[in-house]
Design a protein around this ligand. Sequence first.
Ligand SMILES: Cc1ncc(COP(=O)(O)O)c(C=O)c1O
Length: 465
Amino acid sequence: MSVSDFLTKKFLKSLFFPSHNRGEALPEGLIRLLKKQPGFWDLPELPEIGSPLSSSGLIHDAQVSISKKFNAKNCFFGVNGASGLIQSGVIAMANPGESIIMPRNVHISAVKACALQNVIPIFFDIEFSKETGHYIPITTEWFTNVLNNIDFENKKIAGVILVSPYYQGYAIELEPLIKICHQHDLPVLVDEAHGSYFLFCENFNLPKSAVRSKADLVVHSLHKSLNGLTQTAALWHNGNLVEENKLIKSINLLQTTSPNSLLIASCEESINDWLNKANLDKYKKRISDAKSIYKELKNRKIPLIKTQDPLKIVLNTSKVGIDGFTADKFFYKNGLIAELPEMMTLTFCLGFSNQEEFIFLFQKLWEKLLMQNNRSLKLKPIKPPFKLVQSPEIPIGVAWRSKTYTIPIKEALGKISGDIICPYPPGIPLIVPGERIDKDRINWIETQSLHNEDLLNSYIRVLPT
Ligand SMILES: Cc1ncc(COP(=O)(O)O)c(C=O)c1O
C-alpha cells in the first residue's frame, strides 16, 4: 500500500492531531481553496504573495492585521511546525555560549536548537505526580526557588523557556512567572503549541494566553490547537527584550525559501476563522460540549484526569491496572485512535469537530477493554531523577558533534550521551547530549520503558571514555 492509499483509510474515530479531525473542522476559506482544481493553488513566492518575512505582499498584510488585533509587535506564520519557530526563537534569544533556562518537559526542538547554536540549556526540574505519572504545573514559588539556585554571576543567561499547556492540558499561570523574568531583564519564550485557541477565547474560563500574559515570544502549533493543516504554526513577538532584527534573521536562517502556499493559506485561514464572531461562537460551543463530555464520562465512573484544556480527555488507565500503551493498542485495534499513550494514562484529543457520538463509543470500548483485560498491574512511576537545576556535563553542542559509538541503553552506565533519547509523542527528551547516564537515569528509563517495547530495546550513541 502506498502512503497516499493509506491517507484515505477510514477510522471509526480519530482523536489525534491535527485537530481539524480529518478535515471536518477545517476553516471554510481553506475548504473553498481545496475544492478548486487539485494543485492549482500551489504557487511560488510571487510578488503579490511574498513570504512571512517580506515587507509587503498578502502574507505580510495578513500577519500585520492579525498582530494588530492582539496588540502584538509581530506575528509570523511558519510552515515547519511549532518546532521550526521554537528553534528560531531560541537562536534569536541566545548567542553561542550563552544559557537558556528551561523546564525538563521542554520540547525536543528547543534542545536541538541548543545543540545547533551551542547554547547551554539550564534544565530545571518540575514537581511530579505519582498518581498520574505527569509533571505538575509549575508555581511561582517553585520557579522562584529555581531562579534562586541559578548562578547568575558566572553564567550569561539569555532567556527562559516555559511550556504551557503541557501535552495533557495542564496549564501554568504564566503572568507572574513572566513578570519575575522581566524583573531580571530576561525574555520569555512560551511554547504554547497546545494552547493556541486560548488566545481567541478570553473570559471563557480557559487559561490566559501567553500572548495576553506578555510573553516576549509565543509559539503556537496551529494544527494541534487550532484547525490548521499539519506543519502550520505561528510565532508572536512582543516587547523589546528580543530584538526584532535578530528574530527575523533567525526565522530566515531556518525557513525554507519555498514556503508552501497551501500551508501559508492555512495559517491565515485558521487564525481568521477564530476571529470571525459566528465561527468563534461555534468553537465555544465545541469547548462547552467537551466539558460536558468530561462530566458525563466522570458520571459514568470512567477514571479521567482533569486538566485545564477541555479538549484533552485523559484516561487514567492505571486505576484499573492497565498501562496506557496496552490501552492504546486496544483502542487502536477497535478503530478509536488516541494521541498519547503513557505509562499510567492515555490521552485523546477531541479537536474542533462535532464529537456527539464519542461518549457512547468510548464507554462501549472501555467496558470491552475491562472485560478483555486480565492483567492488574501495580503501576508505580518513579520520580524523574533530576536535580532542581542541572546542565549537561559536556556542552550539548560539543557532545552532539563528538565522535560517538552505539551501545544498548542498558549497557550505557557511566557514559556521556552523544544522543537524544526522546519518545514521540510527547517529544520530551529523557536524556540529551552531554548528560552522564548514571544509575538513577537508567533505572528511570527502564521503568518508563517497561510497557513501551520500542524504548526498552533502544540503543544510544555515547562518547568514548
Ligand atoms: C509542547 C510541544 N511543543 C512543540 C511541539 C512541536 O510542534 P509541531 O509538531 O507543530 O512542530 C510539540 C509537538 O508535539 C509539543 O508537544
